[in-house]
Design a binder for this molecule. Structure first.
Ligand SMILES: Cc1ncc(COP(=O)(O)O)c(C=O)c1O
Length: 439
């Protein structure tokens, strides 16, 4: 990568090379041909070293638990500091007179990036608030109907779905997703649940699981459900920004997302999306008396929130946009494959996410062979940290048992992944040598 390109990343100055790469913006476009040799942008270490240098993160440990939230790059952090200073300095004079128009401009920008209309989205503080507003506001349920969710869905959303039993008098159906998963197997699991429970009217779908990293073929499942008259509320908290797609490609009518995971915005920024034709199926929030009843913004009411965090969204979108969604997704998959593929067939370890590249992204979970309890997986994560200096996290809740989740970020290096791979190989070898590995 030339110095022009590197400088553009640092300063935000336009660069022909970067602009054209960003404009390509798709997974296929993450490949370029140099002197007859195919190199993937995911492996351009000169480029990625420049990106890594944009993040001030503690490297005393190898940070591979980046699924909780995604830290801001330095330019975004600077923009946030400026916005905070401005809001604090101008005080309510700014909040009352200018913030509304500024926030509308931020909404327009987000809508453009998502590929939807601004009146179809509303800002929330996080994905939880967005999805709770959608699940709680969905008004097409009657007593005796049923709703569906799966073991890999996020805990707070499972709770909200169960609450519908009390609130709307519906039956709640829970399924376990197949493991190992295949595209057809996943679609079939949902189809079978809908066929077995014809009263299901609405279901929750998580595009990318925070437990195992499994990516659902959401567009196909939404389509299959629609032909059976079933609506889907889609949780893309981990998918949008980690993967490369425009929201309308999911075909989903109701979506909850955040920008503080994979868009690197300040903590406290989420959004909900409702397709315009479906606004009437989500109640105005607690009888919201909105000046714009026909917009998504009437479906959630947050009250005073962190002005500076929302005002920093354009800086986050700029930074991520300069990298390009396709290149970002390709890099995260590349970092993931550096540890997953060499270990996939090791008898001492189970990789939970399938080899099919359409069913995974950056996040992937493992467990040492046969170790399914929470305690065993907490111990495995502890061992990775204490013995090898690699920070990950255990996750519970998958029907097949607990696991350890590994989440790389754009600031992780190839060396980080190699360190993890070697540590896991040592732990898995030990498990085999001790004679307790079960596969
Ligand atoms: C799949 C999934 N959905 C929803 C959420 C909630 O996101 P937030 O913390 O922005 O509310 C998370 C958080 O980790 C998640 O992993």
């Amino acid at each position: 990568m030339g110095s022009l390109t590197r400088r553009a990343l640092v300063t935000g100055a336009p660069s022909v090379a970067l602009a054209s790469l960003a404009a390509q913006g798709s997974s296929q476009a993450a490949q370029s041909i140099t002197a007859g040799v195919v190199t993937t942008a995911a492996q351009d270490e000169t480029f990625w070293t420049a990106i890594q240098a944009q993040y001030d993160v503690n490297r005393a440990i190898v940070p591979l638990e980046n699924g909780n939230w995604g830290v801001m790059s330095r330019p975004v952090q600077q923009a946030y500091a400026e916005n905070l200073q401005r809001v604090n300095y101008d005080n309510t004079f700014y909040a009352r007179r200018s913030y509304g128009a500024d926030l509308a401009a931020v909404g327009q920008r987000l809508a453009d990036v998502l590929g939807v209309s601004p009146d179809e989205i509303a800002f929330t503080r996080n994905a939880t608030e967005a999805l709770q507003a959608l699940i709680g506001g969905y008004n097409r349920l009657s007593p005796g109907d049923a709703v569906l969710y799966a073991d890999l869905d996020y805990d707070a959303m499972q709770t909200a779905m169960r609450w519908l039993a009390e609130r709307r008098g519906v039956e709640v159906v829970r399924i376990a997703l197949p493991e190992p998963a295949s595209r057809e197997g996943l679609i079939e699991a949902y189809a079978a649940a809908l066929d077995a429970n014809p009263r299901i009217r609405m279901m929750l779908l998580t595009h990318l699981s925070h437990r195992t990293g499994l990516v659902l073929p959401v567009a196909e499942i939404v389509d299959m459900a629609r032909t059976r008259g079933v609506d889907a509320i889609v949780d893309v908290a981990h998918a949008w920004g980690q993967m490369d797609y425009a929201l309308p490609s999911l075909g989903a009518d109701f979506v909850g997302l955040n920008l503080h995971k994979w868009m690197g915005a300040p903590l406290g920024v989420g959004a909900l999306y409702i397709r315009r034709e479906r606004l009437g199926d989500i109640d105005p929030f607690m009888g919201e008396d909105s000046p714009a009843p026909g917009s998504a913004s009437a479906r959630v009411h947050t009250g005073t929130a962190n002005f500076a965090a929302y005002l920093t969204v354009p800086a986050a979108l700029d930074f991520q946009g300069r990298i390009g969604a396709g290149r970002k997704a390709a890099r995260l998959a590349y970092l993931r494959n550096l540890w997953v593929e060499p270990l996939r067939d090791h008898p001492g370890i189970e990789i939970l996410t399938p080899a099919d590249p359409s069913l995974s992204a950056g996040i992937t979970a493992f467990r040492l062979a046969g170790q399914t309890t929470v305690e065993q997986n907490r111990a495995a994560a502890d061992q990775l940290l204490e013995r090898f200096g690699v920070y990950t996290v255990h996750r519970a809740g998958a029907a097949s048992g607990a696991c350890v989740r590994v989440t790389p970020a754009l600031f992780n290096t190839v060396e980080d992944m190699v360190r993890l791979r070697d540590a896991l190989r040592t732990m898995a070898d030990e498990r085999v040598l001790s004679g307790v590995a079960t596969r």
